[in-house]
Design a protein around this ligand. Structure first.
Ligand code: GLP
Length: 264
């Protein structure tokens, strides 16, 4: 794993945007795996700016989002459909027919639907570059602690911690989702490249466990230790509990010399 520690959130976003932009330019028909949450907002802002100034074209790209709440229609302001539309898709030229987000409004037949989502990823040639955030409990997508490291896209019950984190976003209790459809850890491990972004003290413990802890289903992000090309781009606050920060800085310096393309 490559661990890139940046001063603050703005630098994290800029570094990630540089890597994503370079990947889109190198392969215009790229298949992107996209995430929601507050963390990738800065990255999306940077990508929109690059697109609007004419230097980034998404017209041949495809995207698959990681997850969606169950029970929310795409018009709901807290749905990930709404989020993606508002912060990215309405502002760039990614063709609507190549945008994929799990459908949270399904009345049933989830197993069949999730298998089709997986098949659709395979039919598109697989995900080239997967963006991830991380939950305070170490989840990626909505793979809550104890998710199988071999899991595929499926219906997943949300943990109490995630539900608590959601509380501020939902006006009333009855609307708060209890489940989500999420790509699995096995699905994420099959992507060709992963960029995990994290910012702030609240993520420090999860980041340290993911990078330096044992691989365990209790911390879903620790499964990324098995990924052949995973980069963590984190700010100093999120890096606070890592014990090998000096070594990670040294690796980044060497990466600049020997594998420049891994950085922005
Ligand atoms: C949700 C999403 C994750 C995201 C996490 C952290 O649970 N399903 O994909 O990484 O929240 O969100 P934030 O970036 O807002 O801290």
């Amino acid at each position: 794993m490559l661990v890139v520690i940046k001063k603050n959130y703005e630098e994290v976003s800029r570094e990630a945007a540089g890597i994503v932009a370079a990947a889109v330019r190198a392969k215009p028909e790229i298949v992107l795996g996209l995430a929601t949450g507050g963390t990738p907002l800065g990255l999306y802002k940077e990508l929109v700016a690059l697109h609007q100034t004419g230097s980034l074209d998404f017209s041949r790209a495809t995207s698959f989002n990681l997850d969606e709440y169950l029970g929310l229609p795409s018009s709901h302001p807290q749905s990930f459909h709404f989020f993606m539309q508002e912060h990215l898709f309405s502002k760039i030229n990614l063709p609507a027919q190549r945008i994929h987000i799990p459908d949270g409004s399904l009345p049933g037949e989830y197993g069949e639907y999730c298998a089709r989502y997986e098949q659709c990823i395979r039919n598109s040639g697989g995900i080239d570059l997967q963006i991830l955030g991380i939950g305070r409990n170490g989840h990626i997508g909505f793979n809550e602690p104890t998710s199988s490291l071999a899991s595929r896209t499926r219906l997943k019950a949300l943990s109490r911690e995630t539900t608590e984190d959601n509380r501020q976003s939902f006006a009333n209790e009855s609307e708060m989702p209890k489940c989500a459809i999420t790509m699995g850890i096995g699905t994420i491990l099959e992507t060709r490249k992963v960029l995990l972004l994290a910012s702030g003290h609240s993520k420090a413990a999860a980041v340290a466990k993911a990078i330096e802890g044992p691989i365990t289903s209790s911390v879903s992000a620790s499964a990324l230790q098995l990924h052949p090309d995973a980069t963590f781009i984190i700010d100093e606050e999120a890096a606070h509990s890592l014990t090998q920060r000096d070594y990670y800085h040294h690796v980044v310096e060497m990466t600049k010399l020997f594998s420049r393309e891994k950085l922005s």
